[in-house]
Design a protein around this ligand. Structure first.
Ligand SMILES: [Cu+2]
Length: 151
């Protein structure tokens, strides 16, 4: 009975507080340098990247979305038998002192069905979903720079 009254109150508190005034013990997440690469002419698949830092308990980056793509996946990139292999993964762990670095040539975001109207130099909203160890979600919206293939 006591738990039932406490849990909704705790969830409400988490949902209402931004990173700046997060209560002690909660993970504070910061995302920097987000970007997506404008696909080559006639293609609609693009890579993207970002840096994600956490202060406090580790969190998992479990998903991403944006208005300018149908779907965003989390991918790893590894060398297997001298061939670069990309694989979709469920999540990346962000720990204090161990940021998640997503970039071209390494672990990255993969966007499918990218809007051909985006232009190099645009910024687009990228929504990121993080989950902490007790299953609480935090959604963070960051702005991502649209870069060219060679930038
Ligand atoms: Cu990929």
């Amino acid at each position: 009975m006591l738990l039932r009254t406490l849990i909704p109150a705790a969830l409400l508190l988490a949902a209402c507080s931004g990173p700046a005034d997060a209560p002690a013990g909660e993970s504070v997440i910061e995302v920097k340098d987000a970007f997506i690469v404008k696909p080559a002419e006639g293609r609609d698949v693009a890579a993207g990247g970002l840096m994600a830092y956490v202060t406090g308990a580790p969190v998992e980056l479990v998903g991403a979305s944006t208005d300018v793509a149908d779907r965003v996946e989390l991918h790893t990139m590894t060398m297997e038998d001298n061939v670069m292999q990309m694989r979709q993964v469920e999540s990346f762990t962000v720990s204090e002192g161990e940021p998640v670095v997503l970039q071209r040539g390494g672990n990255h975001l993969m966007l499918f069905g990218v809007d051909p109207a985006i232009a190099i130099g645009d910024t687009v909203d990228l929504s990121l979903e993080f989950r902490d160890s007790d299953g609480t979600s935090q959604t963070l919206v960051t702005s991502a720079d649209v870069k060219g293939l060679g930038d």
